[in-house]
Design a protein around this ligand. Structure first.
Ligand SMILES: [Zn+2]
Ligand SMILES: [Zn+2]
Length: 424
């Protein structure tokens, strides 16, 4: 009996051990199986999330590019030709139907919002060409702002729908002058024309160096002033004004008035030397401290000097007419140690005779600022966008592209217009 009990106990123990061990294995199996299941579920979930994210991204991307195409489409209206002014020669501008340009790599096509008339264009209209800038037959006009309708491959800074101002030129960035920060003197300055049109192609170099986004609250005809204003800011800064200087500006044309306004905004005492009644009003409105109105150079020198302490002359005289006699006048306006800036470009093959004694013994600094640099363009646009610059005062007329000939004929007859906005 005893052995039977012992046997039974022994057998029972084994049974318990077996049961415990089997149970353990089952638990391990379940845990392992569960772990596998969890891992599978997590992995499957990750895959699903990734798929959703990738799919979503693709959807967003295609929506954006679709949107872009829609904007392009809306702006182009499915057209392939446009109205544009073509310069054929002396006083010969024709409005023609030409193909809408296509953007190559790095380029932009901009729908012109406003193009502004400019003294340089007037010169070109009279002469029929410009050796460096435009050789006919050619698209014409260079001051403009508008909306991007097409961006070529590789353009990352701009997209269709962006408001931009694209300058008329861009430096190479590699020549001796560019590397010295004198990009206005670049050996390979690239010019662009064609602003008097519905659309304009902006070459890659100008897109990369001299095209800027315009805040949407800035009217396009104001933004188009960036180019001439960049020249004005450049001319003023190049004259190295110092606090307390009296600045005289000869000439009441667009550039003379801009330099005057820039100097006035910077807090300088200014003297505007102008000829016509309309220019007197404009100079006053733009902040001239004094206005000298005369057609006589002798009177201009006398009256300007009389406005300075002890008649010693102005600290800075900026010539913005572009006539040899006005260059000579500028030299006679400044004090000892003063600065003259021959800002206005004269006709080719003209010369001036200057009083060497006066220049040497009065220690006069002479500068002659030409064109602009990308840094000056940026400054000019900031000034326009700041709202301090009275952009509206410089745009005295508006006309349709069709009226371009009439506008230039009027400008040739020395009207009091400062700039006319040409709206295509
Ligand atoms: Zn211009
Ligand atoms: Zn260069």
């Amino acid at each position: 009996m005893a052995s039977t009990v012992k046997d039974a106990i022994r057998r029972g123990r084994k049974t318990v051990e077996t049961v415990v061990e089997e149970g353990r294995r089952t638990v391990e199996n379940v845990v392992e199986g569960g772990l596998n299941t969890v891992e599978t579920v997590v992995e499957a979930g990750l895959n699903t999330v990734e798929t959703v994210v990738v799919k979503g991204r693709r959807k967003v991307e295609s929506a954006v590019s679709l949107g872009r195409r829609t904007v392009e489409h809306a702006l182009l209206h499915g057209r392939s030709t446009m109205q544009a002014a073509v310069l054929h020669g002396r006083e010969d501008i024709r409005i023609e139907q030409v193909p809408i340009p296509k953007a190559a790599v790095g380029e932009l096509i901009v729908q012109v919002g406003a193009a502004l008339t400019c003294g340089t264009d007037l010169k070109v209209f009279r002469r029929g060409y410009h050796a460096r800038m435009i050789v006919p037959p050619a698209l014409f006009g260079h001051e403009m702002a508008g909306i991007v309708v097409e961006a070529g491959d590789g353009v990352t800074d701009f997209a269709p729908g962006d408001h931009v101002v694209a300058l008329n030129s861009a430096p190479c960035g590699q020549c001796y002058f560019c590397l010295r920060g004198q990009e206005n003197l670049c050996d390979d300055l690239l010019f662009n024309n064609g602003a008097y049109a519905e659309f304009i192609r902006i070459p890659g170099r100008i897109v990369a160096k001299n095209t800027f986004p315009v805040p949407e609250n800035v009217p396009q005809e104001h933004a188009a002033l960036t180019e001439p204003l960049a020249c004005a800011v450049h001319g003023f800064e190049d004259s190295r004004p110092r606090k307390g200087d009296i600045v005289a500006v000869i000439g009441g044309g667009p550039l003379g008035l801009m330099i005057l306004h820039v100097a006035a905004l910077a807090g300088f005492e200014t003297i505007a030397i102008v000829k016509h009644d309309g220019q007197v009003e404009a100079a006053k409105q733009l902040g001239a401290t004094h206005v000298v109105q005369t057609a006589s150079i002798r009177r201009a020198i006398q009256d300007t000097r009389a406005l300075t302490p002890n008649g010693r002359g102005v600290d800075i005289a900026i010539e913005a007419v572009g006539l040899p006699e006005a260059w000579q006048e500028a030299v006679e306006l400044v004090r000892k140690g003063g600065t003259v800036n021959f800002f206005g470009g004269c006709a080719a093959n003209t010369h001036v005779t200057l009083d060497t004694n006066r220049i040497h013994y009065s220690d006069i600094t002479m500068r002659a600022t030409f064109h602009h640099t990308p840094a000056m363009c940026r400054k000019a646009l900031e000034l326009i966008a700041s709202g301090k610059f009275q952009a509206g005062a410089f745009i005295t007329g508006r006309a349709h592209l069709y009226e371009l000939n009439r506008v230039f004929e009027k400008l040739m007859n020395r009207s009091t217009e400062i700039k006319t906005a040409i709206v295509p």
